[in-house]
Design a protein around this ligand. Structure first.
Ligand code: HEC
Length: 210
């Protein structure tokens, strides 16, 4: 009697295994459905257009979901966006109203800013920002940054880094806002000293970065 029970159980188990393997793509009889079929919204899953809509006017009938963060959202720790429009009024007048949000850089931060300048800008503008980088002639000439920057506000230099200028592209996707504001401060250290009694006083950063 005991033997028959054991043999019967074995057959039942084998039967269950065989049924479970019938179709490789089907999980068979699902014991815990929430584990087999996720109820969460899967990344990159196709959006079911009978449930979701990309048109905010349809919200209410369907779920409005466009994967975007709400307008005006700022990443934690990120600086405020540069809201000056990309036109001549923005360049000449409005940019000057935006102050550099960073405190003066310390020696280490200035070195880092110099490193970023040498990587991103020196290829055209040269390490001293005088328009003599190796690429300058190849793209039909660049402008010396320090020839004009002493008369420019920080915001105006940032404007150029945000939107680019003629043959120079925007740096908004390559450098974070903080990195760009740091580069603006670094450019200030390259500008010629106005005080003529100070002879050769290279800045901290130009001494260490070459
Ligand atoms: C591909 C070469 C190239 C690179 C790289 C480049 N620039 Fe420029 N930059 C130019 C050109 C060309 C102009 C001049 C546009 C013009 O004639 O008005 C310019 C203009 C500028 C100006 C405005 C000068 C003025 O008098 O209006 C600033 C400021 C400036 N660049 C800063 C930078 C900084 C900072 C970087 C690095 C983040 C950088 N550039 C990277 C090519 C470059």
């Amino acid at each position: 009697m005991k033997k028959i029970a054991i043999i019967a159980t074995l057959f039942l188990l084998m039967g269950a295994v065989v049924i479970g393997c019938k179709d490789k793509r089907s999980p068979g009889t699902v014991y815990m459905p929430d584990m087999a079929y996720s109820r969460g919204y899967e990344t990159y899953a196709p959006r079911d257009s009978t449930i979701f809509t990309l048109n905010p006017n349809n919200a209410g009938h369907k779920i409005f979901y466009n994967n975007q963060s709400p307008a005006g959202t700022i990443k934690r720790g990120e600086l405020f966006p540069f809201n000056v429009p990309n036109d001549s009024n923005g360049l000449i007048n409005l940019s000057a109203l935006v102050k550099n949000p960073l405190a003066p850089l310390n020696r280490k931060e200035l070195e880092e800013a110099g490193r970023l300048f040498n990587i991103n800008c020196a290829v055209c503008h040269g390490a001293k920002a005088e328009a003599n980088g190796p690429l300058a002639a190849k793209i039909g000439g660049v402008k010396s940054i320090i020839a004009t920057s002493p008369t420019y506000s920080d915001g105006r230099i940032f404007f150029v880094l945000e939107y680019g200028q003629l043959n120079m592209g925007s740096y908004a996707s390559q450098l974070s806002r903080e990195q760009r504001w740091r580069i603006v401060q670094y450019i200030r250290t390259l500008e010629p000293r106005i005080d003529s009694t100070v002879t050769v006083t290279p800045s901290v950063a130009t001494k260490t970065i070459n």
